[in-house]
Design a protein around this ligand. Sequence first.
Ligand SMILES: *Cc1c(COP(=O)(O)O)cnc(C)c1O
Length: 382
Amino acid sequence: MFDHMDTRCVHGQLDPSFAEQTKAVSFPIYQTATFAHVRLGESTGFDYTRESNPTREHVEEHVAALEGAAAASAFSSGMAAVSACFELFAPGDHIVCSEDLYGGVIRLFDNISKKNGLTISPVDTSDLGAVEAALTPATKALYIETPSNPMMNIADLDACAALCHDRGLLLIVDNTFLSPYLQNPIDHGADIVIHSGSKFLAGHNDTIAGFLCSATPELGAKITLINKTTGAILAPFDSWLVMRGMKTLAVRMERQQSNAAQVAQWLTTRPEVTNVYYAGLPDHPGHDINARQARGAGSMISFRTSTVELAHRVLDNVRLITFAESLGGTESLITYPALQTHPDVPPAVREHLGITDTLLRLSVGLEDVSDLIADLTQALRA
Ligand SMILES: *Cc1c(COP(=O)(O)O)cnc(C)c1O
């Protein structure tokens, strides 16, 4: 495997066997449902696309290479990946999770996982004492996002891993916000890394995908079984889109992060803005931990306006920045978490977390940073 992340983004782990057949530089899309058997009892290794497909296998190896994982499985969405991950558990199992999480995951817990007999305890995972206090004899896993969505709280990966491994728990980390280019949780003791491939990995706001990366081949085999059996696999064309997106992951992340650092700094100077949540700012409470475990703070920023009217005004008046859900793509997007990503979270919980009607979340894209700042300036004033 290549040592340098930039090279890994472009090449994944080179697979000479495929390259030798046709010399195609871009890996082919094997748009087929099924594969002919060579003869009775002999297969090419590919039989049926739900079980395995060369294009999907290629993107899985690529993601595994970026995360330093033993294996990765590709799913039809990030939520399909999260749901499959929860098939590892059985009724009666208890899971401790970050209280500030992607809204869809909270909806999964409340509407599906609980019905299936799992109990979930949301805690502030930036507070290790709180995590420890939530553990019970039935606890099987700790599920975290760092930075968390949308409040950008930072959890200490090494400390969480130590706590989990002392007790035989799985550490599951959703690494969507930083991407493997900026953070590799497995290097810090995570057992499973989740990605919504719809975000930075694909990177162009043009497809939906998800991944589960496993630290060990044993865990990888369990997840492969769940993937091909429950069937929410990633289609060949979407696998190819993610693969193409990842070739430019390094340059996109660098530019988006440098844009975001400038926008975050600029937001701190605005009288209309009362709080800026970005782990790259020196006064962010998780700044030092993030700097230790990640290679940057990424390109996601949340901020709070001084009034609700101002937040609505920004959403109405942005021109270059698009008012839309999602993140991580070439286009800058602004989101209203209270109504868009977290509407299914009970109001009291949202209030406790700080996901109120003055909070905005910005995914900084690849536009020129001066155009982004000009757009926010006019939107705040308009
Ligand atoms: C988007 C997202 C998901 C869900 O992924 P989908 O591809 O939309 O299903 C999960 N976790 C995080 C942090 C996300 O941003």
